[in-house]
Every structure is written in C-alpha cells, then in structure tokens.
Design a protein around this ligand. Structure first.
Ligand code: 5GP
Ligand code: MN
Length: 339
C-alpha cells in the first residue's frame, strides 16, 4: 500500500463510496471478516465482497468459522472461507470488516490482524464505533448486504449468481424478508437487481425459513419450556443454557429464530433470548427485540452492547441466573421512563 495509507488514525467521519473504492483498489491482499457468530447479513456480505473482488482480479479472501453457520451455511462460497487461525498467518495489507459495530465484535484473531494493517469498516449499525482507519457507515441502510450491492454498482463490478445469492441472503435475513421498517425503495431496487442474476428465491426461502435442522428443533423445544411472561407478556423471555448448546452440539446460528417465540406473543414490547457461552460460565449473551417506539440498542448499550433500533444484543459478564435478574431489573427501570 502507498505510504499515506499506512497511517492508522481512527476517523470519526464516514468515507464516501469513491474514497472506499480507492482504498480497496490500492490494496494488494485483502482479508474480509464479519462479526463473531455470523448471521446471514455478515456471512452473505463477506462472501459476496470476496467473490466480487476476486472476479475483478483483486486478491481477497473472507474469514469465518465454517462450523455452525445455520441456514445461510448452504451458500456457495462457504468453502472458500479461511479459518481465523489461518488468516492470522496470511500477509494482509487491508482488513475489511463487514456488519461489525465495534472491534470487539470480530473474532480475536482478526482483532490482532487489525493492529497490523489499515482497517476499512463497512457497516449499518447505528451504534457503530467508527473503529476503522476508514469507515463507511450507513445507519439507515437495511443491511450491510445492501451497502455491498451499492458499492458493486458504483464500482461497476459484474454480479453473478454466487454474489447475488449471497447478497440476497444478507438482505432477506436482515430485513425480515423485506418487511422491517428499514426496507426502503432502494432495498427493493437492490432485490430486483439481484433477481436478474439468477437468485433461486424459493430454494433459499426453504433453506432459511422452512427446513429446520434437528438441532434447531431441539433447541426450540428446550427454549419453549423456559418461556416466561412479565407484565402480561409486555416483557417475554426464554433461555438456552450452555448445557443446552453443548448437549445439542448447537450454536447461536442454530437458534437464530428462537427469539421469535417471545417476540410473537401478542402485546409483547420487549423480547429477550438469554443464552450461555460454551466456554465461559460467567458470561451470558442476550438478544433483544423491541416494538415501536422502544429502542433496543438503548437497552443493549447499558451493557456495552449495540445493534439497531428494534434488534440489538449484548454480553452480560455474569452467570445466567444473575444476568437474567440484572437485565430484567434494568428493563423494569427503563420501561418506567418510556411511553
Ligand atoms: P442478535 O440478537 O441477532 O445476535 O443481534 C441483533 C443485532 O444486534 C445484530 O445486528 C447484531 O450485530 C447486534 N449485536 C448483537 N450483539 C451485540 C453486541 O454484543 N455488541 C454490538 N455492538 N452489537 C451487537
Ligand atoms: Mn446486519
């Protein structure tokens, strides 16, 4: 990379698309990473971006744990993912993070790589901390996938079915199949363009929403049994312990739709899914979903988490039972201040 690009001063401003493209075009070896426990948007965006860059003759590869990817694990391009351990040994002169709101959201090894080279952060989380050397943040974008699609159109990179399907999965999963508030006319234009490139819509819909693994079924069964309602269902939550995840050999990706159980209860305003960490009993993860006008990330931020207006998450550094009490007490106080 050119000398000027070695400076790694974090910048608050958001770079423009031409500036982002200039950074990408100057790089010789790019590594792309999403967040830990990647979801459809994270995975689809990294696969599509790596694939599009390779087609342009730019050396790029994406890193993610290939195990336990849940529904989006069917994507073509998964096989070309490298492990974070392998990535650590690679020569990288630009790290691109996609769909990660803060640096602690990327795998540990990738955080180490970030200390060695410039970082380009591409993200749509409203809570993004601008941790990159270069940042392209659009808090109004439906998904990182839609941003990558915009980038590809501006760059005139040619889409093919592999990239289009990866972006389709990214957009569809983050917009609740083009239904959430963040779905804008531009999101549908993006979808329309992707369809021109051979997206197998019903096959993908089946993979994501109509063919559940045994692990997913078992996790949902266990989670259902823990369902609790407070304030007549206004607050609803359920739990999967680390034991549940270990016994079922399950991951967060296998339980991606578990949060829908409390969320789908009539009158629900705050839905919570508590899940244990397989490696640390003193750590509890929380998925948060809210309804208008409650701001999910406002709650997540109390615990150094982040996310979007209606979907956010955080880690509470306490064992499960204590973490649940801490979170529920915070919600009671918080709701009293809300409409
Ligand atoms: P989920 O509940 O599906 O894991 O996450 C919901 C949204 O919040 C996603 O956009 C996710 O990236 C974000 N999110 C989840 N956990 C965290 C966290 O610990 N920190 C931050 N900054 N964002 C999170
Ligand atoms: Mn996203």
């Amino acid at each position: 990379m050119k000398d000027g690009m070695k400076t790694k001063t974090p910048q608050q401003k958001t770079q423009t698309i031409p500036e982002i493209l200039a950074v990408i075009r100057k790089a010789k070896s790019i590594l792309i990473s999403g967040h830990v426990r990647p979801d459809g948007d994270s995975l689809g965006s990294m696969i599509a971006l790596a694939h599009l860059l390779n087609r342009e003759g730019i050396q790029a590869c994406a890193t993610a744990d290939q195990h336990g990817l849940g529904g989006p694990g069917f994507l073509r391009g998964i096989k070309s993912l490298v492990s974070a351990k392998k990535a650590l040994k690679m020569k990288v002169d630009l790290l691109i993070t996609v769909d990660a709101g803060s640096l602690d959201r990327v795998p540990q090894e990738v955080q180490t790589i970030a200390t060695r080279c410039p970082v380009l952060c591409i993200d749509h989380h409203i809570t993004n901390t601008r941790f990159g050397t270069y940042n392209w943040i659009d808090g109004k974008a439906s998904s990182t996938g839609e941003m990558i699609w915009h980038l590809s159109r501006r760059a005139k990179w040619e889409l093919d079915d592999i990239a289009a399907e990866a972006l389709w999965v990214a957009v569809v999963t983050d917009t609740g199949r083009f239904a959430y508030d963040m779905t804008k006319p531009s999101t549908l234009l993006c979808g329309a363009d992707l369809l021109r490139h051979g997206v197998r819509t019903s096959v993908i819909n089946d993979k994501l929403y109509a063919s559940f693994s045994r692990t997913n079924m078992e996790l949902k069964k266990r989670a259902f049994q823990t369902l609790k309602l407070l304030r007549n269902g206004e607050i609803a939550y359920l739990t999967l312990s680390s034991k549940d995840l270990i016994e079922t050999n399950g991951t967060k990706a296998d339980a991606e739709d578990v949060i829908d159980i409390p969320r789908h209860i009539e009158g629900n305003r705050v839905a919570l899914f508590f899940y244990g960490s397989k490696s640390n009993k003193n750590e509890t993860r929380v998925s948060i979903r809210t309804r208008d006008p409650l701001n999910a990330f406002e709650l997540a931020k109390q615990f150094d988490g982040g996310g979007h207006t209606r979907a956010a998450g955080c880690t509470i550094h306490q064992p499960m039972e204590q973490a649940r009490k801490t979170m529920l007490a915070a919600i009671e106080t918080w709701l009293d201040t809300q409409q």
